[in-house]
Design a protein around this ligand. Structure first.
Ligand SMILES: C[S@@+](CC[C@H](N)C(=O)[O-])C[C@H]1O[C@@H](n2cnc3c(N)ncnc32)[C@H](O)[C@@H]1O
Length: 208
């Protein structure tokens, strides 16, 4: 019990020194992840006013806040949908759906919501960890494969996919599958992504 408490305190101390965490609090972003999408957008210019967007694994809503600010257009009344297993507080200009992206009816539901297709699919989803590295890695790969399948089914031709993956043995098959579906494919590690984290983002543009 004592040991657990010590870890929690150390984690809190570390977080208080984290400049992105502090900056997110100051600017009203719900997560430090918001900066990762801002960096991705600065480099690749993937966000544009009027896009229809699907944000997967969206809680607590940092990326969705950025989407609301950067792409919602009253004139276009474009559709932005954020999905997560967990509920999270509403964000203006977008719809939040509590759902598992592995649900069998997920793609059909999204096709109904986005009758004119989607311009950009984003996924910052990560599974809860079990402690077993191999099991966790497989879960991550399954998530990436599912996201890639969703994107292929609902993106318009020329659409964009921004997806988080984690380094590890099994990742190559997923990467190849994504690479084959898009004309342009890049890896990117934002500065706001912790250097000890194995996460890396794929920016895949122009769905074939
Ligand atoms: C790192 S957080 C996302 C942070 C978010 N992008 C932000 O900016 O605040 C990862 C999220 O993925 C979600 N997730 C994991 N597996 C999922 C699944 N199968 N379906 C929907 N959401 C999932 C988790 O519930 C968690 O909230």
């Amino acid at each position: 019990m004592k040991f657990k408490k010590k870890i929690k305190t150390r984690w809190h101390q570390k977080r208080l020194k984290d400049k992105f965490f502090l900056e997110a609090k100051k600017l009203g972003y719900r997560s430090r992840s918001a900066f990762k999408l801002l960096e991705i957008n600065k480099k690749f210019r993937v966000l544009k006013k009027g896009q229809n967007a699907l944000d997967l694994g969206a809680a607590p809503g940092g990326w969705s806040q950025i989407l609301s600010q950067k792409i919602f257009s009253e004139e276009n009344n474009n559709i932005i949908i954020s999905v997560d297993l967990k509920e999270f507080k509403p964000i203006k200009n977008l719809q939040i759906i509590k759902k598992n992206i592995f649900d069998k009816d997920f793609i059909t539901l999204m096709k109904k919501k986005f009758t004119e297709g989607v311009d950009i699919v984003l996924s910052d989803a990560s599974p809860s960890t079990s402690g077993n590295k191999f099991v966790d890695h497989i879960k991550i790969i399954d998530l990436a494969e599912r996201t890639s399948e969703i994107a292929k089914n609902i993106l318009k031709k020329g659409g964009i996919l921004v997806i988080k993956i984690f380094d590890g043995k099994e990742k190559q098959k997923t990467i190849n599958a994504i690479k084959n579906n898009f004309l342009n494919f890049k890896f990117y590690k934002p500065k706001s992504s912790k250097s000890d984290s194995k996460e890396i983002y794929i920016i895949a543009r122009f769905l074939k």
